[in-house]
Design a protein around this ligand. Sequence first.
Ligand SMILES: C[S@@+](CC[C@H](N)C(=O)[O-])C[C@H]1O[C@@H](n2cnc3c(N)ncnc32)[C@H](O)[C@@H]1O
Length: 389
Amino acid sequence: MSPPASDIFSVKAIPGAGRGIIASHDISKDTTVLNSEPPIAHVLFHEYRKEVCAQCFLYDRGRTLRVKDHGTGKVFCSGRCQQAWVDHTGEQGYKAWQDLHHYIQTKRKGGKGSGGISLVDHRPNAEEIYRSWAKAEKHVSSRMEAGHTLDYPGRAQAKGAVASSIDPDILGYLLSGILYHYQQPDRWREAVLTLVMHDEPYSTTHDLETHCNSFVQLSSIMSASLLGSCTVQVCRALAAVSSHNAFGIRSGGEDGEEYMGYGVYPSASYFNHSCRPNVAKQRIGNAWKFWVTEDVRQGEELCISYLGGDEKDLNVRQRRGHLWEVWGFVCECVRCQREGGASQTVDETISTPVHSSGRFEACGELAILQGLPCVNRHIDTVLFSSPTQ
Ligand SMILES: C[S@@+](CC[C@H](N)C(=O)[O-])C[C@H]1O[C@@H](n2cnc3c(N)ncnc32)[C@H](O)[C@@H]1O
């Protein structure tokens, strides 16, 4: 499945921007170039759990949706959507969502809500990431060997930081990806492991610990048949791809007012950014439609905009600064090159980025760990919780 195959375009190397999508022939304005598949992993934030349909992502201006699946706590806009979700999720998947729902409710009732953030927090580097995940993995295997149920304290407990806190959003995001891995292992390899990965995707040590804790917590409630997909490799890959590939799930239009969650759509992940995009997108249910907004000539790159709302009106320095700070790349689009010149001059004009590690580095430990090609070295830094595509 990945890179996406199409009569209309092909995926090719783009100087300074990894891979991108190139028109295979002339395309007339308004032609649809891609209808994506549903996400391979996604989350609808816990605060929207009663308001967004788990199947088609419909949001009815904050109203509580009428169909509730009591086993999993999910809501739907109709019985039809509920049935479609149950069919798609499968027996094992349904049981896993049921167990997670029960786990979250029990933890919450027990007063073990999300913990505080350590006062001493920073962006963890590759070594810290490796160590935390190794510790989590060791914890899971030793408890399993001993036949005990798991209850992971996490490294932060010693510092009194996050104790056994739970994060329903990270748990839900990871579970959705674990189920995808379980149901479609071949497509996981083809579609997910070939995406651009961020080696150091955790914005804080708290974020890292939350992911490690979530992995251990999921391991403790997962049925034996799913445990083969609930691995450190799968959970780390899910965090690594979300940074550079996730699309925000918003109500209404592209810049919709409610930011309800995010998802990873591999076939749509090859569109590079341009400050003068020739492709627009719209979410249709749980997938995305992309179409060209002008006539495009054969050989031209098809680009969307990663900027939202008013950001499109910023000047070149501000746009490049913003894309650098949020996405970690220096924009090399035609408009920026025309207005701002070559990117060597950008360093002088861009303020110090938010994050300081991992930028333009060679393949990192994660890629090596998984035997993956490091396809794009412009890899850094998007806050995990705020994808903006
Ligand atoms: C969703 S991926 C797009 C596909 C990606 N180029 C690939 O090789 O798979 C986003 C990443 O592509 C790169 N990218 C996208 N637009 C760019 C641009 N205008 N200039 C430079 N790099 C860009 C950045 O590394 C960004 O993090």
